[in-house]
Ligand binder design. Structure first.
Ligand SMILES: [Zn+2]
Length: 127
C-alpha cells in the first residue's frame, strides 16, 4: 500500500513515506495535518490527513506475480521430473495439486493489499 496526496499547486502526486496500517494510525503519528513539500514544483503546504489517498503498491503486485511464476515453474519442473520416475498416478495427482499453491498465495497477497487500501480509504478521521 502506498499513500498519496495531490499537490495543491501542480496536482502531482506526493508520496508519503510512513509505514502505517490505517488513517487512524497516520493521524496518531503525524497529527491531523501533515506538512509536505512537492517533489514536482517544490511548494510547501499543509495537508489534512483525510486528503491522503491509499493506492495498491506496485511492488506487492510484482512480488506476488514473481512468486506465482517462480512457484508454478518450479512445481511444474518437479512434476515433470517425477512423472518420469514414478508411475503412481496418485503421486502425480498430489504434485499436480501443489501447482495450485502459488496461485492461492498470489490471490491472498492481492486480496490482503486490496483490503488494506480500501480500509484506509474508507476510514475518515473525525473533524
Ligand atoms: Zn506541486
Amino acid at each position: 500500500m502506498k499513500l498519496l496526496v495531490n499537490c495543491k499547486d501542480c496536482q502531482a502526486g506526493i508520496k508519503l513515506k510512513y509505514p502505517v496500517l490505517d488513517r487512524a494510525e497516520l493521524a496518531r503519528t503525524m497529527g491531523d495535518t501533515i506538512r509536505l513539500s512537492c517533489p514536482q514544483c517544490g511548494s510547501k503546504r499543509t495537508y489534512g490527513v483525510n486528503g491522503v489517498v491509499a493506492r495498491e503498491s506496485k511492488s506487492i503486485s510484482v512480488l506476488a506475480l514473481a512468486l506465482l511464476l517462480l512457484g508454478t515453474g518450479l512445481i511444474a519442473y518437479l512434476l515433470l521430473s517425477f512423472l518420469f520416475v514414478s508411475s503412481n498416478p496418485y503421486f502425480a495427482l498430489l504434485v499436480g495439486g501443489l501447482i495450485l499453491v502459488p496461485s492461492i498465495v498470489y490471490v491472498l497477497l492481492k486480496k490482503q493489499e486490496r483490503e488494506r487500501v480500501s480500509r484506509f480509504n474508507r476510514y475518515r478521521v473525525g473533524v
